[in-house]
Design a binder for this molecule. Sequence first.
Ligand code: SF4
Length: 379
Amino acid sequence: MFSIRSFCRPQLRSSISLLLQHSSYTSSAAAVQADRTIREGPINDWTKEEIKSVYDSPILDLLFHGAQVHRHAHNFREVQQCTLLSIKTGGCSEDCAYCPQSSRYDTGLKAQRLMNKDAVLESAKRAKEAGSTRFCMGAAWRDTVGRKTNFNKILEYVKEIRNMGMEVCCTLGMLEKQQALELRKAGLTAYNHNLDTSREYYPNIITTRSYDERLKTLEFVRDAGINVCSGGIIGLGEAEEDRVGLLHTLATLPTHPESVPINALVAVKGTPLEDQKPVEIWEMIRMIATARIVMPKSMVRLSAGRVKFSMPEQALCFLAGANSIFTGEKLLTTPNNDFDADQLMFKMLGLIPKPPSFNEDETSQAGDCKEAAAAASSS
Ligand code: SF4
């Protein structure tokens, strides 16, 4: 076997040695922060500058260190399969600029009432048979206030689907404290409520509810003992600082969200963002790898927009640290990847479905950041 020592001429050896020394002096921020994350576990005192420097690291280095953190914190072959069903479509009063379900935009989408129990349970059954372990129900509402009858029906759906042996998630708009508690009692695993973008860019995208209202819902969800699923969308016309700002808000929550969906805008005709240019794979990789390094234990979900990426491109996302996808024909109202293509991708890439988790303590899975850091530093 060759080694540098036995193979290289002395002059060449000294050049390589110099090069290695130099490269250690110029370690990227991704390398430095990944190393810190691996040593200390999840932390929640990130500065924006730290996250920005990780995000700006040379892309292959960022990818490599995202992969390292991923392998340290997770079984790198496991990918969670979630199915998202729109149980109440369209007619929403909000003005989210990316959303075809807003009643303010003419997208040709037909509003529908809440789906009945049989149809929802049938859909959950099919999702389970197709390998999905988490079933997410989405309703196009601003909030659930004044929707007692429909809310009670959803509590019933949650109970039934949980009894089928699946994790259950809902995304129903803003919640009150009491509603979060009722969902928890019904057996809800996780609640999705995305922050969408940075606090600064947010008013360009939504004006009908504030960033702080969104954070309040996340607080109620967390306090009720439900896992938090919260991420954002890139490709809304935001600057890189806004992407960093979004990750900074999520990574400095008292406890990191258990799931962080990273969506690429699917520009829908009729919405104000219909002409946005598509997100490139490198932008997704930057977001995913940075999210992985700053929130090591979270499930990072390659979400909307996946349908635009080839299998090798998706492979890079998994390598960078994504470990969850949505499967099924549609993502609420926009097209999703073909079932057979996903099966083939799992086979080709050696991925395995992540089994469901019903550990009642899983709400602390993402780690009480301070405790985890303290435990790591005292060991
Ligand atoms: S994203 Fe949700 S809240 Fe916003 S318009 Fe669409 S359905 Fe309504």
